[in-house]
Design a protein around this ligand. Structure first.
Ligand code: MTE
Length: 317
């Protein structure tokens, strides 16, 4: 769309050295894994020490369009929310590392003229791949800057031709308790589901990501394919997608089903509407110690505000 989202080739020197990466994992393994609590809310900013920044030999630091440096590969791949594996953010990487992400297909159907099931490799070949360096703001008030690789959701949706009845897009994560042990946890309406209005889904900022820092995505980040909608709280960015369905009715979404008054369907980042149990005015950027102000729409107002004209944003948190 514009220069800030240009594709940037990734040099191998920019990726965290493998020794660093694995020593971190060994440390996590050795330190033992603590079971987390049952609510997303309970994962509020952890007191855990942030991982070290990658060394100077890891290449020039990537920045987003505001000049904020990208988090390290280490941070992005070891501090994760993925309840299908664990509610403990630092346990997700070790518990998911052997998760098989190939072969993997994504069924795209519902109210479309050309329903189709795609292999992830075919999606990568078929649609223009780009790097997008986006801020990710979790509803729990922490954030990161992540250099994603992927393609626009709009390019996929156009290929299947939504019919005039289609108003929403429904996304579903793999349901497989054996491979995703966290799905044995009671109290969650598995599989994880999310949804967008069709016009939100067609916005150029919405991408399907398959890589991070130019490397194929790791299971902890939602491999082989996950949604990224950077102007919304992170829980909208569903991981491990197997199904995308165009619907007329607003789809169910997991966190909205669990706690309707805490996790809205829209879930646009909004510093002036607090979560019922904590403020959304500021956030902790992983790797930083002082808090920073949260930006309306996570800093993407110019690109997305027109989607919500006439809506009372104090209600659509
Ligand atoms: N998708 C699935 N299937 N399961 C999850 O638990 N967690 C969400 C989102 N996508 C989640 C998910 C939340 S709460 C956040 S903040 C982001 O993933 C975190 O993405 P990251 O771990 O890649 O930073």
């Amino acid at each position: 769309m514009n220069s800030i989202y240009k594709s940037v080739p990734v040099r191998s020197s920019e990726i965290t050295p493998k020794e660093l990466f694995y020593s971190r994992r060994d440390f996590i393994k050795a330190s033992g894994l603590i079971a987390g609590s049952a609510a997303l809310a309970a994962c509020a900013p952890s007191a855990t020490e942030a991982p070290q920044k990658a060394g100077p030999d890891s290449g020039p630091i990537k920045t987003d369009e505001l000049g904020d440096p990208a988090n390290t590969y280490e941070e992005i791949t070891n501090y994760n929310n993925y309840y299908e594996f664990s509610t403990n953010k630092e346990a997700v990487a070790p518990l998911s590392k052997d998760f098989q992400t190939s072969p993997w297909t994504v069924e795209v159907g519902g109210l479309v003229n050309k329903p189709q099931t795609f292999g992830v490799e075919d999606l990568i070949k078929k649609f223009t791949q780009e790097e997008r360096i986006y801020r990710l703001r979790c509803v729990e008030a922490w954030s990161m800057v992540i250099p994603w690789n992927g393609f626009t959701l709009a390019s996929l949706l156009k290929a299947v031709e939504p019919t005039s009845k289609a108003k929403y897009v429904h996304f579903v994560t793999l349901l497989d308790k054996k491979r995703m042990p966290g799905q044995g946890a009671q109290g969650y309406p598995w599989p994880y589901e999310e949804g967008l209005r069709l016009d939100e889904a067609m916005n150029d900022l919405a991408i399907l990501a398959t890589g991070v820092y130019g490397e194929p995505m790791l299971p902890a980040n939602g491999a082989p394919i996950r949604l990224v909608v950077p102007w919304k709280y992170g829980f909208k960015s569903i991981k491990g997608i197997v199904k995308i369905e165009l619907t007329e009715e607003r789809p169910n979404t997991m966190w909205n089903t669990i706690a309707t008054n805490e996790y809205g369907f829209y879930a646009n980042v909004n510093p002036s509407v607090d979560h019922p149990r904590w403020s959304q005015a500021s956030e902790r950027r992983i790797g930083e110690f002082s808090r920073r102000a949260t930006l309306p729409f996570n800093g993407y107002t110019e690109q997305v505000a027109s989607l919500y004209e006439g809506m009372d944003l104090s209600l659509h948190f």
